[in-house]
Design a protein around this ligand. Structure first.
Ligand SMILES: Cc1cc2nc3c(=O)[nH]c(=O)nc-3n(C[C@H](O)[C@H](O)[C@H](O)COP(=O)(O)OP(=O)(O)OC[C@H]3O[C@@H](n4cnc5c(N)ncnc54)[C@H](O)[C@@H]3O)c2cc1C
Length: 415
């Protein structure tokens, strides 16, 4: 594919922009592929990309039932950080964060990575101790974070009220190289790079059944007909339980709606990402000026990509104490996505009970930040048939063997 560059923009401006080619091809599926990846979200596309780039496997199809990035990848609040507590988590999230730093250059596609800094507010004494502990763990893991006091919080984000009546700000866990990226650009950038390697990105193609013989996967049934494959990767986030059922096994995952909203655009007033986990809300400002606000997950399992109305009220009410200026803002729109929650709030990457069938799921409310690392680790597992060092701890077996990677208490909220 032609490279995007300043020169290309100038050339196309002179030609009336008639020379741009489609960012990725939209072929009809072939009869057979070496690898089929189900799910055209960030993790599915990144898995395909690293299969080609790191392992030379390019006879690959990504099958997406809707449009690429139309699942959680295009619905999240784009927070990127790697300040997790457990070693296995810090390793995979930091790998992903590090890959994000140069992803625009690598994919030749501007994913608008903005390492503006992420702070997680400590608003109870329990959180102070928890975040200090995480800062110590991060120091040992080689992840650059620091615990900062309330004055520094106010300096970094002047619109915060640090003396709230219920939950004053006591400090924060600060990761200066955390930040945000443009979510759908991540999907589009990987899709373009995959297409450039000759892979097939097939949209509007729902997988309806998994075919196997003698305990080994042989292919899938889709709304575009049957397709055979040697290996299958299920990367469908909130729909993982359904795909696992098709492949004949069960997953320890619950699917719930998580929602977010944006305000009307206002002038720049906040150049960091703030997460307030005790009151449960988090916020950043988009390049367009909208305040991007994330809220809670529904308390019941469902597949409606909407979210419950009472969460809007709860989230805004929670944030107003910490950001009083919010009370004057109008909200523009709200949406939801179906996230796949595991009991220990850590992902599942690895082999499944069906031979040749692999899975990447369970990122729950926090998998956008992990896309490059998750794709890297899944591709390695699919290519070699065994998990590599990044994925090993996240196997499905851990739930049977009691090897949990507990991030739920550590993170409070896992976005
Ligand atoms: C409101 C909200 C806020 C969030 N905020 C953050 C955040 O700030 N930071 C962060 O790191 N994470 C966040 N997340 C989580 C993050 O969005 C997800 O963990 C991540 O996007 C998962 O990526 P994925 O590629 O696994 O899944 P998805 O992007 O959901 O992709 C899965 C794809 O599979 C497709 N699919 C499903 N079934 C089939 C089928 N039968 N056949 C073919 N295709 C199928 C779907 O259509 C979908 O496109 C948030 C999520 C939500 C909903």
């Amino acid at each position: 594919m032609k490279r995007y560059s300043a020169f290309a923009i100038a050339r196309e401006a002179l030609r009336g922009h008639k020379g741009w080619e489609r960012a990725w091809a939209s072929p009809e599926p072939r009869e057979r592929y070496d690898v089929i990846v189900v799910g055209g979200g960030g993790h599915g596309l990144a898995t395909a990309y690293y299969l080609g780039k790191n392992h030379g496997i390019t006879n690959v199809a990504v099958l997406e039932k809707g449009w690429i990035g139309g699942g959680n990848t295009g619905r999240n609040t784009t927070i990127i950080r790697s300040n997790y507590l457990q070693d296995a988590s810090a390793a995979i999230y930091e790998k992903a964060r590090a890959l994000y730093e140069t992803l625009s250059q690598e994919l030749n596609y501007n994913i608008m990575f903005s390492p503006r800094g992420v702070m997680m507010l400590a608003q109870t004494h329990h959180e102070v101790r928890g975040y200090q502990r995480t800062a110590h763990a991060n120091a040992l893991q080689g992840v650059a974070t620091e615990y900062v006091g309330p004055e520094r919080v106010k300096e970094l984000c002047p619109i915060i009220s640090i003396d709230g009546p219920r939950y004053p700000v006591l400090g924060a866990l600060w990761q200066a190289r955390g930040g945000t990226a443009r979510h759908d650009a991540v999907a589009w950038g990987y899709a373009r790079a995959c297409s450039d390697m000759g892979m097939h990105i097939v949209q509007n193609c729902e997988v309806t059944a998994v075919r196997s013989s003698n305990g080994q996967v042989t292919g899938v049934e889709t709304t575009k007909g049957p397709i055979q494959c040697d290996k299958l990767a299920l990367v469908v986030a909130g729909h993982s339980g359904r795909l696992a059922e098709m492949a004949g096994f069960r997953l320890p995952v619950e699917s719930v709606a998580l929602q977010a909203m944006v305000s009307e655009p206002i002038k720049p007033c906040m150049d960091v990402v703030v997460m307030a986990n005790t009151v449960h809300g988090y916020m950043s400002q988009s390049d367009k000026g909208e305040m991007v606000i994330g809220g809670g997950a529904d308390g019941f399992n469902n597949y409606t990509q909407r979210g419950s109305f009472h969460h809007i009220e709860e989230t805004v009410r929670a944030l107003i104490e910490t950001f009083p200026m919010l009370s004057r803002l109008k909200m523009l729109r709200q949406w939801g996505g179906i996230v796949d929650m595991t009991g220990d709030r850590s992902p599942i990457i690895g082999k499944t009970p069906l031979g040749g069938c692999f899975i990447n799921c369970g990122w729950g409310t926090g998998g956008f930040k992990a896309i490059p690392g998750g794709g890297w680790a899944t591709a390695e597992t699919v290519a070699k048939g065994e998990p590599g060092p990044l994925a090993a701890a996240f196997s499905l077996d851990r739930f049977r063997e009691g090897r949990f990677i507990d991030e739920s208490v550590a993170a409070g909220v896992a976005h």
